[in-house]
Design a protein around this ligand. Structure first.
Ligand code: AMP
Length: 215
């Protein structure tokens, strides 16, 4: 069983890499952003509380996020290991996660940081889209489907773009990352489980580096 966190700013490639590792290692990707978008789409209480905050590019309050993850991590499919994508994003979330895992007799094995400079991120995020069926990630300039309008992974022909993937909101999300999430790097460094990878490298080469970390 491997429990892994992918840490990095929006557009660093966390979701793309998480999907690849999921298949290869039989782990489950837990994306708090995906969970929140599903809650917004379903119009749940959590979704109603999160919608405007997400549109602004700010962070949703810790108590909402921690409750959501605590419930998800208890599901049977997560028992063989998880890849956290977009969580934790604050020190309070990281401490809550440590507490949850300790209670369950589990631990974090690796925290992998993807480093990318801010200007590249704005361009990456503004051009990205994903398969509406399987969630595979694509980009207008860097990573188009091999066959136009057909998902490489599942063959679906519908794609979607996120409401918060515009240049203005991305800048706010980046500043939230630097102010609230970057302090997690020394937190995990101190636990001896942090590895930093160059998120500007080719997608395949980043996957290779991750596989070396996972062993
Ligand atoms: P993401 O898909 O990870 O880029 O998340 C999209 C948006 O959802 C973020 O900009 C936040 O508004 C919210 N969000 C996702 N995960 C978290 C989290 N762990 N803590 C606070 N807000 C989050």
């Amino acid at each position: 069983m491997t429990n892994l966190i992918l840490l990095g700013p929006p557009g660093a490639g966390k979701g793309t890499q998480a999907k690849r590792l999921e298949t290869k290692y039989g782990l489950v990707q837990l994306s708090t952003g995906d969970m929140l978008r599903a809650a917004v789409a379903a119009g749940t209480e959590t979704g109603k509380q999160a919608k405007e905050i997400m549109e602004r590019g700010d962070l949703v309050p810790d108590n909402i996020i921690i409750a959501m993850i605590a419930e998800r991590i208890d599901q049977p499919d997560v028992s063989s290991g998880f890849i956290l994508d977009g969580f934790p994003r604050t020190t309070a979330q990281a401490q809550a996660l440590d507490g949850l895992l300790k209670f369950k007799g589990r631990k974090l094995d690796h925290v992998i940081e993807l480093k990318v400079d801010d200007e590249a991120l704005v361009e990456r995020v503004s051009g990205r889209f994903s398969c509406a069926k399987c969630g595979a990630s694509y980009h207008d300039s860097f990573n188009r489907p091999k066959k136009e309008n057909v998902c490489d992974v599942c063959g679906a022909t519908e794609f979607k773009r996120r409401a918060d993937d515009n240049a203005e909101t991305v800048r706010q999300r980046l500043s939230a990352y630097h102010a609230q999430t970057a302090p997690l790097l020394p937190y995990y460094e101190a636990q001896g489980i942090l590895r930093s990878l160059d998120g500007m490298a080719e997608i395949d080469s980043i996957t290779d580096s991750m596989e070396k970390v996972l062993g």
